[in-house]
Design a protein around this ligand. Structure first.
Ligand code: NAG
Ligand code: NAG
Ligand code: NAG
Ligand code: NAG
Ligand code: NAG
Ligand code: NAG
Ligand code: NAG
Length: 404
């Protein structure tokens, strides 16, 4: 059973009804497996998938395009919005039977790295979901991906409208999810994401799963709660979280800005709350040498059972992280170059009053990404403005649910 999108307002409903009129009968939803694994740190500072201090995550899926080619290590990125493949000699994109020239190029930067090359229109399949007319970049130049190689592309899942200026000659271009919807492949312009827990070797034990077009209800318990986007200049889906508790004490009241980022490993906490936790435990230190540099380290005279829960409130939901979830499993120590026997954690500082919900948060929550308003905003910009809807506020919505 899949959830239907519930609209808060009747106007978008009506508009969507109009948009939907041209669509063929939509099949509904498509599941796409993906795989997460930890990539080494240090060298990673030039790498778009890693932040400067932390080890990154490599989150990949398979994309079929070009001359019957399967690009099997395409990064999933929630912070960018175009699709490109190729870039490594052995894996160049070759135009195929469905390829049409666009006579233009693309260029995208990620931190200090980037990719560029020729842009085409092509039939593109991800999992079972096929878009017949997708702009795809055939990279002939990439930089900054050394550490996570092999990769052969990036599938950007950030909201429609967030890829301005990346395909030369276009303002913004339709994202893969936007095309799935406009071509009638999915009924609802939303997608859900399940992130599989990392195993003790740093590789996810099972597959993560994106559900294009809906929510996989078998993965959740209770309702999805929806939060409005906080307008900012990032390409990420975000929201205001409502609280952070440690040892049942409210360390940080909301609103606490939070971004979901499937490429971040740590559960990154508001900086002052992170240091309150640090201060509350005698003997706590900050990791200064291992692959988890910058994270909280607790003394080995404590046991996991004696450590408090961390609780993050998001609207009406509480996501609870007992020590067993925020402590790094011992079997991972050598892979992460941890040589002491203290209790290392996945907790790191993010910024003043803000969270980054990376892998270690997402393993404990089901998240849902709603593009409805972003698509409406693009298609009906003047109309929504006429009707005084502040569409920039409504343009992205992020849903959360407890895992089943
Ligand atoms: C651990 O250290 C080795 C040697 O310095 C390095 O090659 C490897 O990438 C490091 N692993 C991680 C996860 O940072
Ligand atoms: C690209 O150029 C070719 C040859 O000039 C032309 O036939 C085609 O229509 C152009 N495609 C687009 C999308 O402009
Ligand atoms: C890469 O592709 C772009 C866009 O088509 C083109 O302008 C450039 O010359 C190509 N560079 C190389 C090294 O092939
Ligand atoms: C998020 O919180 C900020 C205050 O920190 C507030 O200005 C903003 O309106 C809130 N936005 C949403 C969508 O909740
Ligand atoms: C644990 O050890 C640290 C020093 O490493 C010390 O500061 C702290 O008081 C000890 N805690 C307990 C509960 O014994
Ligand atoms: C969330 O957890 C805190 C701390 O235990 C509790 O005080 C609060 O009532 C909980 N909120 C919800 C909505 O369950
Ligand atoms: C819409 O909301 C944003 C963020 O709250 C604000 O900056 C902007 O001025 C608003 N626009 C209108 C037309 O009300």
């Amino acid at each position: 059973m899949l959830l239907q999108l519930r609209f808060k307002h009747s106007l978008p409903c009506i508009l969507l009804g109009l948009l939907g009129a041209e669509q063929a009968a939509a099949v509904g939803t498509f599941k796409v497996p993906f795989k997460s694994s930890i990539v080494p740190s240090k060298l990673g500072s030039d790498d778009p998938s890693t932040s400067t201090q932390n080890p990154g995550l490599k989150v990949v899926t398979s994309v079929h395009a070009g001359d019957d080619q399967t690009f099997s290590d395409v990064l999933i990125d929630t912070g960018s919005g175009i699709l490109w493949v190729g870039g490594q000699a052995s894996e160049s994109y070759t135009p195929g039977p469905y390829t049409r020239p666009l006579n233009t190029s693309f260029s995208i930067g990620y931190g200090t790295g980037g990719a560029s090359g020729t842009a085409y229109l092509d039939r593109v399949t991800v999992g079972g979901a096929t878009v017949s007319s997708q702009i795809i970049g055939a990279a002939n130049f990439t930089e900054g991906f050394t550490l996570i190689e092999p990769i052969n592309g990036i599938l950007g899942l950030s909201p429609p409208g967030s890829n301005k200026g990346e395909v030369i000659g276009y303002n913004t271009t339709p994202t893969f999810v936007e095309n799935l919807y406009s071509e009638g492949v999915i009924d609802n312009p939303i997608w859900g994401m399940y992130v599989a827990p990392l195993g003790e070797d740093g590789v996810a034990e099972g597959s993560g799963e994106i559900t294009f077009g809906g929510v996989d209800e078998s993965r959740i318990t209770g309702e999805v709660v929806w939060l409005d986007n906080v307008p900012d200049d990032t390409k990420y889906y975000n929201c205001n979280a409502s609280s952070l508790y440690w040892n049942n004490e409210l360390l940080a009241p909301g609103p606490l800005y939070a971004q979901t980022d499937v490429g971040v490993l740590f559960l990154e906490l508001p900086t002052y709350a992170f240091f309150s936790i640090y201060d509350s435990i005698p003997g706590a230190t900050i990791d200064s040498y291992s692959a988890l540099e910058g994270s909280l380290v607790l003394p080995n005279n404590l046991t996991l059972d004696s450590l408090p829960d961390l609780i993050i409130g998001v609207a009406s939901l509480n996501f609870t992280f007992p020590a067993s979830k925020y402590a790094v499993p011992r079997n991972l120590y050598s892979a992460l170059n941890i040589t002491d026997d203290a209790i290392h954690t996945w907790l790191g500082p993010n910024g003043i009053g803000s969270f980054a919900f990376g892998q270690k948060f997402l393993e404990n929550a089901y998240t849902v990404y709603d593009c409805t308003y972003a698509i409406l905003e693009k298609l009906t910009f003047s109309l929504t403005r006429l009707l005084s809807t502040n569409s920039s506020v409504e343009s992205r919505k992020l849903g959360f649910a407890n895992l089943a």
